[in-house]
Write a protein that binds this ligand. Structure first.
Ligand code: ADP
Ligand code: MG
Length: 431
């Protein structure tokens, strides 16, 4: 991971890790004031938030959450953003009236080539979205056009990735926050890099001497990553083949499907599922929340596992022994994902000289551990305790207990959205 981070910082296209510039060189300090809106678009749900900031505190006064209709993820960008603009308009009109002028933080969690903190073009879609006419377009401008058409007086002042929003809120609460990780529908991370280490952008100057880099780590790949036949089958089923390899081993859209592929092969090659093999042949019938429920069933007879197999996979009457096997498969898929995410986090800490290995660029050595906070959010991480346990366990295993004690993972509730609102505040008042 560290090698690829260096390569991605050295040149565009130098690594599968894009290491994207965000133009975020200042994080919220606590002095921000006012009312801001944020929208969070980038996975399963669309969220709009109204955020009140002042006197060192930030509160989400209201929020709405709507599922994104499946057909809008495959249509045109105008259709998608009209949906967003109408939802935001309803929300703003209810909260502040329709003429209110407000700054908007736009969290758009897909890889974007930023041209400033408030503009940038979509590089490509991930997480099952495929709206062809959007690729290469300035998504902030497209959204501003949709907002103007809807008659709203709200404009984008910060276009950010969800990781960057999460980092902003994390840093607002705790200045030791150096990185942010998302483990939800997809997975990604960002961290604060020194501008002189961003070699591909020579002469980049910021007041702080640093800039947040969006790693797009979902696309990480390495020959050191063991890939199973199930990973290959999964990749074949997706619209973004050969991309997002790390994400496909870790995140919520994919874990249930990996487990289904394993169970399907077991059904084909043995008689553990009786003659129900066909019922396991439909892609994406085992969601990740179901995989989690299977793993977390602590009833003595695994009755929840029985119910899920019956209702969702149409496999009736499994003996206890078979249900135990299913739990084990879900456990293995979960554990691998959590450990890979932990390894990625250690990669960032290592790049920052905060993994306790004593080669910190700051010249600090062992014995002077600095506290490092990693802001983290996402439905998979927050909703699945076993995943969190495995992730923590792997961090301790890789870092050692002493160093692991200096690393705190901190959940930032709605950070991706609230953080974007805070950045809208930073970048509409200061410049
Ligand atoms: P996004 O912001 O990208 O829409 P979220 O952070 O809300 O995504 O996470 C949603 C994902 O988290 C879902 O795709 C689902 O797979 C996963 N998820 C949600 N709840 C749970 C749970 N209880 N157990 C395991 N995974 C979950
Ligand atoms: Mg999200």
């Amino acid at each position: 991971m560290v090698v690829e981070m260096h390569a991605g910082l050295a040149s565009d296209g130098g690594s599968k890790l894009k290491m994207l510039l965000t133009f975020v060189d200042a994080l919220p300090t606590g002095n921000e004031e006012g009312i801001y809106y944020a929208i969070d678009l980038g996975g399963t749900n669309f969220r709009a938030l109204r955020v009140e900031v002042g006197s060192g505190s930030v509160v989400t006064s209201r929020k709405v959450e709507l599922p994104i209709p499946e057909e809008l993820t495959k249509g045109t960008i105008e259709e998608l953003f009209n949906f967003v603009a109408i939802a935001l308009k309803d929300f703003v009109e209810r909260e502040d009236g329709k003429d209110e002028k407000r700054a908007l933080g736009f969290t758009f969690s897909f890889p974007v080539r930023q041209t400033s903190v408030s503009s940038g073009s979509l590089i490509r879609w991930t997480k099952g979205f495929s709206i062809e006419n959007a690729v290469g377009k300035d998504v902030a401008q497209c959204l501003n056009e949709a907002l103007a058409m809807s008659g709203l007086n709200v404009r984008v002042t910060a276009l950010v990735n969800d990781t960057v929003g999460t980092l902003a809120l994390g840093h607002y609460h705790d200045e030791d926050t150096v990185a942010a990780v998302i483990i939800g529908a997809g997975t990604n991370a960002c961290y604060i890099e020194r501008t002189d280490a961003i070699i591909k952008c020579q002469g980049l100057l910021t007041n702080s001497g640093g800039m947040v880099v969006n790693m797009e780590w979902g696309n990480f790949w390495s020959s050191h990553l063991p890939r199973t036949p199930y990973d290959i089958s999964l990749d074949d089923e997706t619209q973004n083949r050969n991309d997002q390899g790390f994400e496909k081993m870790i995140s919520g859209i994919y874990l249930g499907e990996i487990a289904r592929l394993v169970l399907h092969r077991m059904a084909l090659e043995s008689d553990v599922f009786g003659d129900a093999a066909d019922n396991l042949s439909t892609p994406f019938t085992l969601s990740t929340p179901l995989l989690a429920a299977i793993r977390e069933d602590d009833s003595p007879d695994l009755s929840e596992v029985r119910r899920i197999l019956q209702e969702h996979l149409k496999i009736p009457d499994t003996p206890l022994k078979t249900r135990r096997l299913v739990v084990k498969v879900c456990d293995i898929v979960t554990r691998r994902a959590a450990r890979l995410a932990a390894a990625g986090i250690v990669g960032i800490l290592k790049k920052l000289g905060r993994d306790g290995s004593g080669v910190a660029s700051s010249g600090r050595t062992r014995g002077q551990p600095r506290r490092s906070v990693v802001a983290i959010e996402g439905g998979l991480y927050q909703g699945y305790p076993v995943f969190r346990e495995y992730l923590d366990e792997a961090l301790v295993e890789i870092l050692g207990e002493e160093v692991a004690r200096t690393v705190a993972l901190r959940v930032t509730e709605d950070g991706s959205g609230v953080g974007a609102a805070l950045l809208a505040a930073v970048y509409s008042s200061n410049r």
